[in-house]
Design a protein around this ligand. Structure first.
Ligand code: G3H
Ligand code: 13P
Ligand code: NA
Ligand code: ZN
Length: 343
C-alpha cells in the first residue's frame, strides 16, 4: 500500500533502525526498487528529485525543466508507483527529493506523491521556516508528509553549491521542528552529495546524538535524515574505469560510518549516486559484451552517449534515446529490454 513517510519513519525511530531511500529517474527503476524491497520484506522509500520529475516529464534537458515538465513527470511516476505498489504487501512511500520551491512540492503532491522534501537549506533560518511551514500546511491537509533541511552539505547539492558545509545546530533543529511541524529533518553532519566525498570521511556523530537527545527531552517526534550517503563502491568505480570511464577521486561513506550514524539517531539514508554508478557500469558492460547492440536502431545511440561522456554517470545523460521507456515503462523491442535490465 502507498503510505506517507511518517509511519515508516515512526517505526524506524521506535525500533532504532535506518531505512534506505532510493532515487529513481525512470519508471522501470521504481518497479525494481519495489521488487527488491518486497524480497527483503521491508517498507520501500522511493524518491524522485525535483529534476528527476522534469526528466520523467519528458524534458531531456532536465537541468532546465519547467514546472509543467515537473507536473507531468510527477503524475507519471506516481501513476506507475501506484500501479506497482498499491497491491504490494509492503508499505511504499513516494517522496519528492530536494523540492526547491512551493510550486515543485505542490506539483508532486497534486501528481500523487505521498511525501515531499522542501529544501530551504540555502535560505536564512527565518526564510527556511516560512517556506517550510507553507509546504507543511498544504501537504498535511492532503495527508502528505514533509521533510525539511537545516544546515548545508558540502559539495554539489542539487541547485546549491557550497565549498564549505555548515553543520546543523542541534538547538536550531528543535526550534525548526517546533516552528514548521515537519515530519523529518535532513541534517548536515559530514556527508556530501555526489561521488567525490573524499577518502575516509568521518561523520560528526555528536550532531545526531545531540539533536535526538534534545528531541527526546522536548517530546518532539520526527525522523532524522542523512543525505549524501552513497558508499561509492571501489569495485564499481574500478569496473567503470576499466571499461573506458574517466571517474576520478570517487569515494563514498563507509558502511561502518552509516551503521554508526543509525545508532546515533539517523533514520533515513538517502542514496542516489550508487544507483547511478551501477546503471552506468551495467550499460557499459552490455555494450562491451554485445558488439551488435552498438549498432542497434533503438539503443545504439546510448552507446555513443556513453562514449562521449566518459566522466559522467548520470543515467539521464544516457537515456534520452528511450524516453517512452523512461516516462511510461514501455518496452518496444528486445534491445530496449536489454537496456532496461541495466537500470
Ligand atoms: O540529492 C541530490 C540528488 O542526488 C538529486 O539529484 O537534482 O540531479 O536529480 P538531481
Ligand atoms: P548521494 O549523492 O550520496 O547518493 O546522496 C543522495 C541524496 O542525498 C539524495 O537526496
Ligand atoms: Na540542501
Ligand atoms: Zn540529498
Amino acid at each position: 500500500a502507498l503510505v506517507s513517510l511518517k509511519p515508516v519513519l515512526d517505526a524506524a525511530v521506535k525500533y532504532g533502525y535506518g531505512q534506505g531511500a532510493f532515487n529513481v529517474n525512470a519508471v522501470a527503476q521504481a518497479k525494481a526498487v519495489i521488487e527488491v524491497h518486497e524480497m527483503f520484506r521491508s517498507p520501500a522509500i522511493l524518491q524522485g528529485a525535483d529534476l528527476a520529475n522534469g526528466f520523467m516529464g519528458g524534458c531531456t534537458d532536465f537541468v532546465n525543466a519547467t514546472l509543467e515538465d515537473k507536473k507531468r513527470g510527477a503524475k507519471r511516476i506516481a501513476d506507475a508507483v501506484k500501479k506497482y505498489g498499491e497491491n504490494s504487501t509492503i508499505p511504499v512511500v513516494l517522496h519528492l527529493d530536494h523540492g526547491r520551491d512551493f510550486d515543485s512540492c505542490k506539483a508532486a503532491i497534486d501528481g500523487g506523491y505521498t511525501s515531499v522534501m522542501i529544501d530551504g537549506s540555502s535560505l536564512s533560518f527565518d526564510e527556511n521556516v516560512e517556506l517550510t511551514r507553507e509546504v507543511v500546511k498544504y501537504a498535511h491537509r492532503e495527508g502528505v508528509s514533509v521533510e525539511g533541511e537545516l544546515g548545508v552539505l558540502a559539495g554539489v547539492e542539487d541547485h546549491v553549491f557550497s565549498d564549505n558545509s555548515t553543520y546543523t545546530n542541534p538547538m536550531k533543529s528543535i526550534e525548526f521542528f517546533k516552528k514548521t511541524g515537519v515530519d523529518a529533518l535532513a541534517i548536515s553532519y559530514g556527508t556530501m552529495h555526489g561521488a567525490s566525498k573524499g577518502k575516509n570521511v568521518k561523520l560528526r556523530r555528536q550532531i545526531p546524538i545531540a539533536i535526538r537527545e534534545c528531541m527526546n527531552h522536548e517530546g518532539i517526534e520526527g525522523g532524522l535524515v542523512s543525505h549524501g550517503s552513497s558508499t561509492v563502491p571501489d569495485y564499481i568505480v574500478e569496473e567503470i574505469n576499466a571499461m573506458g570511464g574517466h571517474l576520478k577521486n570517487a569515494y563514498g561513506i563507509s558502511i561502518v560510518e552509516l551503521k554508526e550514524a543509525i545508532s546515533c539517531g539517523i533514520n533515513k539514508i538517502n542514496v542516489d549516486t550508487d544507483i547511478r554508478l551501477a546503471v552506468t557500469r551495467n550499460m557499459k558492460e552490455l555494450f562491451r559484451d554485445h558488439e551488435e547492440l552498438r549498432r542497434s536502431d533503438s539503443i545504439g545511440e546510448i552507446y555513443h552517449l556513453l562514449e562521449a561522456n566518459k566522466d559522467k554517470f548520470d543515467p539521464r545523460v544516457f537515456l534520452p534515446p528511450i524516453m517512452d521507456t523512461v516516462m511510461f515503462g514501455q518496452i518496444p523491442d528486445e534491445d530496449t529490454a536489454k537496456i532496461v535490465s541495466c537500470v
